[in-house]
Ligand binder design. Sequence first.
Ligand code: ATP
Length: 238
Amino acid sequence: MKTTMLEVDNLATGYGAVQALKGVSLHVDRGEIVTLIGANGAGKSTLLMSICGDPRARSGRIMLDGEDITAKPTHEIMRSGVAQSPEGRRIFPRMSVLENLVLGAQAAGQDPAQQLPRVFDLFPRLRERQSQRGGTLSGGEQQMLAIGRALMSRPRLLLLDEPSLGLAPLISRQIFATIRDLNEREGLTVLLVEQNANQALRLAHRGYVLVTGRITMSGSGAELLARPEIRDAYLGGG
Ligand code: ATP
């Protein structure tokens, strides 16, 4: 039976005079991978950040497993089991890989020693490079570290902002394969934002299209991939 994990209802938020989200409604069921696609500036990152409490909702509601988290501070939302791997990776560049990972667990009140073996098994490269400074990792390795750090908090909901940004196609496919694996093996629920609509919609069970702060379309990944208007706007007409 499907249970809704995340429910975003008519969410509006922004920055000063900028209205980035103008009444967004979507849901993510337990065990689902859901992708949000949209052009630059559509509000995709804002939506993920707003689920984590920053920027705060100006109106609307965000529910996690039936609990209203709209007004909760970010650290409490993280402790409720939401982890975000932000765009641009935002790892701590001067800290080692290991220190970055340990912080990911501690931020959510998890025991790092329990989570580390699992994350190292998923990303063996991080085990090899554990004493290297985060900032000296390659782009793909930093992305692995950002996702690994999010997983250290043992989230029930993983929010991923552009995991393939700036990565070579092979590395990007590996990252997508890892996300699929986590979903299939551990039932991890994922809300993913991507410019790479093709790969993301293939990976996702369902998707939403965000256009200047509003959802304009939704459907299964396959349905959205087949739509001519999606192909023209987000798949390079291919
Ligand atoms: P991209 O794919 O380019 O990352 P996006 O869909 O993630 O875009 P957002 O980053 O959510 O879009 O931005 C939505 C709107 O909010 C844009 O018009 C952007 O300029 C604006 N915006 C984002 N962050 C801020 C901020 N800190 N201050 C002011 N405006 C902001």
